[in-house]
Design a protein around this ligand. Structure first.
Ligand code: NAP
Ligand code: HSE
Length: 429
């Protein structure tokens, strides 16, 4: 066995604890695979007194980052604190000192990946971030290495564990939105501010990371069209079931002749679709490459040990490079600059639920408005009626987003239409 590879953790919350448990619990196995023991030397936290619920030597804890930065023995800094500041400053400082960094922080990678990769390349350090997307599922390394010879054509997946857990509970057990969110938070799946999960931002950040790697072109959060699940109602879930669909928060990225399409939104998919049976905190990512064809990656998308598993594997990878003095960490792969396709130019089928007056001519007026904007209706069902108000559920054929939005503006202005209660894209058919 060679010298010990020393690691510092920045953060000992959900993910930090998972990494700690894996590196200590599987230490012997890890040492054999790396070729040397991998040891946690310091752990940065805010609160030195809190009970961490794990067997821990308190001398490992510090609330001063300088103790870690200035320690020449520490070769790998593992950032599992989250947020942008001070995480970015700490990571940047570590890379500049030539320390390799492992992080699970998608916010930071999605926003500052470019400058971080430049700093890593300048010092020869590694920057690894497998845990930042889809928790325990290997997806960054497969895209950067195993599928590197392909031109990736499409990525479609469920990449937020919190919302998938919530939608599963709402669909299967009729649990209401707030309770489903509280349960996801209690299990350690949600971000510090769960709005990022619920409103689709967490998935959008992950999609920006995946699409940048897949299409070799930097895609930022601003490029991603984002809609969350906060408007999904029990009614839509029930109608989806009647129509043989389930509702999932999907992240979709495609390379098309009109540019790269990147979007996150609630989506109805057929109950037979492979992603329809991905429930609970599980994530799944479908990747289509020109050589490999269709591949699918599946596993737990959040939580202590699953995310810890991805982070620990990155630590082992960095440790091997350091031990064997191997340069050539895989850095930034964004060597092209591809245009982004405007959302208005994308195409989908749509499920639309309208609250309307129940009187003759209403359906004809609505159908005319859709027809006027070249939106073709595949099915129209009149649901509940209480005498003078009714609910109409319709599904369109595939149509350009711009046409659909134009048609909805016309429909909204009809005196017989009280409101457009929902509009959900339908995919994967
Ligand atoms: P968490 O449970 O809130 O833990 C954060 C930890 O960082 C805490 O130990 C906290 O210290 C420490 N910390 C925060 N700010 C600090 C500061 N300024 N100085 C020193 N220590 C600080 O967060 P988490 O769920 O583990 O998530 C960590 C990161 O992993 C985030 O980027 C998140 O997006 C990502 N991630 C999370 C999951 C998941 O399932 N939770 C999955 C994949 C990726 P104290 O304990 O003393 O407060
Ligand atoms: N909050 C994230 C999720 C954690 O629910 O997927 C994993 O990145």
């Amino acid at each position: 066995m060679q010298q010990t590879v020393r690691v510092a953790l920045l953060g000992l919350g959900t993910v930090g604890r998972g990494v700690y448990r894996i590196l200590t619990g599987n230490a012997e196995n890890i040492a054999h695979k790396v070729g040397a023991p991998v040891e946690i030397s310091r752990i940065l936290v805010r609160d030195l007194t809190r009970d961490r619920g794990i067997p821990l030597d308190p001398a490992l804890l510090t609330d001063n980052y300088q103790d870690i930065l200035d320690d020449p023995e520490i070769a790998i800094v593992v950032e599992v604190m989250g947020g942008i500041h001070p995480a970015l400053d700490y990571v940047m400082a570590a890379l500049k000192r030539g320390k390799s960094v492992v992080t699970a922080n998608k916010d930071m990678i999605a926003l500052h990946g470019k400058e971080l990769f430049a700093a890593a390349a300048a010092s020869g350090a590694g920057l690894l971030f497998e845990g930042s997307v889809a928790g325990g599922i290997p997806i960054i390394r497969p895209l950067k290495q195993c599928l590197a010879a392909n031109r990736i054509q499409e990525i479609m997946g469920i990449i937020n564990g919190t919302t998938n857990y919530m939608l599963s509970k709402m669909t299967q057990e009729g649990v209401d939105f707030d309770r489903a969110l509280r349960e996801a938070q209690a299990r350690g799946y949600a971000e510090a501010d769960p709005t990022a999960d619920v409103e689709g931002l967490d998935a959008a950040r992950k999609l920006a990371i995946l699409a940048s790697i897949a299409f070799n072109s930097r895609i930022t959060l601003n490029d991603v069209y984002v809609e969350g699940i906060s408007k999904i109602t029990a009614r839509d879930i029930a109608y989806a079931r009647e129509l043989n669909y389930v509702i999932k928060l999907l992240a979709i990225a495609k390379e098309t002749p009109g540019g790269i399409e990147v979007r996150v939104h609630p989506t109805m998919i057929s109950q037979d679709h492979p992603l329809a049976s991905v429930n609970d905190v599980f994530n799944a990512i479908f990747v289509r490459g020109d050589a490999v064809g269709d591949t699918m990656f599946y596993g737990r998308g959040a939580g202590e040990l699953p995310t810890g598993s991805a982070v620990a594997a990155d630590i082992m990878d960095a440790a091997r490079h350091i031990l064997h003095k191997v340069p050539g960490f895989i850095g930034c792969t964004c060597y092209e600059e591809k245009p982004i396709k405007p959302m208005a130019m994308t195409e989908s089928k749509f499920y639309i639920r309208l609250m309307v007056a129940d009187r003759p001519g209403v359906l004809a007026a609505i159908a005319y408005a859709f027809g006027d904007k070249e939106v073709s209706l595949a099915s129209v069902i009149q649901k509940h009626t209480d005498g003078d108000r009714a609910e109409i559920v319709m599904v369109t054929h595939r149509v350009r987003e711009q046409n659909l939005q134009d048609a909805l503006r016309l429909v909204e202005c009809l005196s017989s239409v009280d409101r457009i209660a929902s509009c959900i894209r339908v995919e994967g058919e």
